[in-house]
Write a protein that binds this ligand. Structure first.
Ligand SMILES: C[S@@+](CC[C@H](N)C(=O)[O-])C[C@H]1O[C@@H](n2cnc3c(N)ncnc32)[C@H](O)[C@@H]1O
Length: 351
């Protein structure tokens, strides 16, 4: 870890991502930073590690991550050793490298560590407060510092943004069962997109996938359909906050869409899992009809990217469907649930 914010500085970094979608973030890193990033092996699922040569602030451009950290390793057996002069100076340099990105954003800090109530951690926090002038906050401090054991000793990680990157400024309305934006963005990156595509989100809820689609790149037309007027009001608030007036929101049923046959290039859906949203009984009735209706409106060779927790139901429906080929499916870990993302291709079979 180096403090200097110039293009030759090299940082050891880690980003938190949805388990199962690490490869999407690796692709995003390569696309954004090319040879400036060199991947290194990660210890746990849901982590991507790399060295970055350049400016740390550039990590804020990543869309598929929950949060990015700059990492510092110490070959010490116990965290008490971090209070030693040389080690503590390195920790302060690490903190300053992040503060320097936005000097006015940081007034407080939090420490997340195993045993964070221990007397050693209390001394580390006291010292950080004394040396940086930042106020200690229990949690949700502007600057987040994680302290944890590593293979070689101990590690400190400092988050490079004051809020986790998954928190989008456009999200002014929360919707129960909304997909987090980082996972939504990764799901979008699993599809192939063209700047003139007609893009349809069935069951659009609060518009996460619509907004993230336009953050990813241009589209010809972007349409969201939901059966619930409250969801559409929430979506409208988010769409307005995002400054994306071209997104069209329609009240409608995904089993009978207000759209022409063969009029859409790409359908996307975060289908009701049957837990927070909908029920299994309702899904058994709705999924086959929604799958057929999506096939009706999608052009031959178009795509349907979806996420669901109803894997058994969907796998059976796909085996029976003449309209969809399953090109890829990925199981992910979403806060303890293990839904699957499917990337389907519309066959040439006419509707
Ligand atoms: C899991 S939520 C989608 C959340 C959304 N991705 C977001 O981030 O806010 C599923 C959505 O499907 C909608 N829905 C359920 N049945 C529907 C149907 N038959 N037609 C259209 N929308 C439906 C619900 O109103 C809900 O907003």
């Amino acid at each position: 870890m180096k403090r200097k914010q110039d293009n030759s500085a090299r940082y050891f970094c880690e980003v938190e991502v949805t388990e199962g979608l690490e490869h999407i973030t690796k692709g995003e890193l390569t696309e954004l930073f090319g040879a400036a990033v060199a991947l290194v092996p990660a210890d746990r699922p849901g982590e991507v590690r790399f060295t970055l040569t350049g400016s740390l602030g550039e990590l804020r451009r990543l869309q598929t991550i929950y949060a990015a950290y700059v990492v510092c390793d110490y070959a010490v057996p116990r965290p008490r050793a971090l209070l030693g002069d040389a080690h503590f100076r390195r920790l302060l340099e690490q903190i300053e490298s992040v503060r320097a990105l936005n000097p006015n954003s940081y007034r407080s800090f939090s420490v997340a560590a195993a045993g964070s109530d221990s007397s050693v951690m209390a001394r580390i926090k006291e010292q950080i407060a004394a040396q940086t002038g930042l106020a200690l906050a229990d949690d949700r401090g502007d600057l987040l510092i994680r302290i944890r054991p590593s293979n070689a000793g101990w590690q400190t990680l400092v988050r490079v943004s004051a809020r986790p990157q998954v928190t989008r400024s456009w999200r002014v309305c929360n919707w129960q069962g909304a997909l987090n934006s980082a996972t939504g963005h990764a799901l979008i990156r699993l599809g192939k997109h063209r700047p003139n595509d007609v893009y349809l989100n069935i069951g659009c809820g609060s518009a996460t996938l619509l907004i993230e689609r336009l953050r990813h790149g241009k589209a010809g037309r972007v349409i969201g359909v939901d059966i619930d007027n409250n969801a559409l009001q929430c979506a409208q608030a988010n769409v307005t906050a995002a400054g994306e007036p071209a997104i069209q929101l329609l009240l409608g049923d995904m089993t009978s869409l207000p759209l022409l046959t063969n009029s859409v290039d790409h359908v996307v859906a975060d289908l009701p899992f049957g837990q927070l949203s909908g029920s299994h009984t309702a899904n058994v009735e709705m999924y086959p009809r929604a799958l057929n209706e999506a096939a009706r409106v999608t052009r031959a060779n178009g795509q349907f990217t979806l996420i669901t927790h109803e894997m058994r139901l969907l796998d059976r429906l796909l085996r029976e469907s003449p309209y969809w080929t399953n090109e890829q499916s990925i199981q992910i870990n979403l806060r303890g649930l293990h839904p699957r993302i499917y990337v389907l291709r519309r066959t040439l079979t006419s509707f």
